[in-house]
Design a protein around this ligand. Structure first.
Ligand SMILES: [Zn+2]
Ligand SMILES: [Zn+2]
Length: 134
């Protein structure tokens, strides 16, 4: 009689701990076009204590080779969240200066005519909640 050790079932989703990263991002269907996406790691490179090396952001990020979409897996339920690429005419990331690396979630209307979204720079990994008038 052989016993199957749990450690050998690491690839089994049913054994995945809640705190662990979601299984492979690779190949999940793009929410915009349905094509399989690729993993696209995003690292925080700014303000690392004691000059520590870049560290991965807590979310898993993906990009779609078919439509150019980009997004992350929502922490918690692992849902695919598509992000908007922001207009590069804005002059680039205010923190690292890179261009064409800024993305944001779909704006959610606030009560007073303002909208809220979540802004992330894919180059330096900085993120910020925003509130602005559309
Ligand atoms: Zn796509
Ligand atoms: Zn940046």
């Amino acid at each position: 009689m052989t016993t199957v050790r749990n450690t050998e079932n690491a690839g089994n989703a049913e054994n995945t701990e809640n705190t662990e990263a979601v299984e492979a991002v690779e190949g999940l269907p793009c929410p915009d076009c349905g094509h399989g996406v690729r993993e696209r790691p995003v690292h925080r490179t700014r303000n690392r204590w004691g000059g520590a090396p870049p560290a991965p952001r807590p979310e898993r990020w993906w990009t779609c080779p078919a439509c150019g979409g980009v997004g992350h897996l929502r922490p918690g339920d692992g849902a695919m969240v598509a992000m908007r690429r922001l207009d590069p005419a804005g002059g680039g990331c205010p923190f690292c200066g890179e261009e064409e690396c800024e993305v944001a979630t779909a704006p959610r209307p606030d009560t007073d005519g303002f909208v809220r979204d979540w802004w992330v720079c894919l180059a330096c990994g900085t993120s910020a909640p925003r509130r602005y008038r559309p």
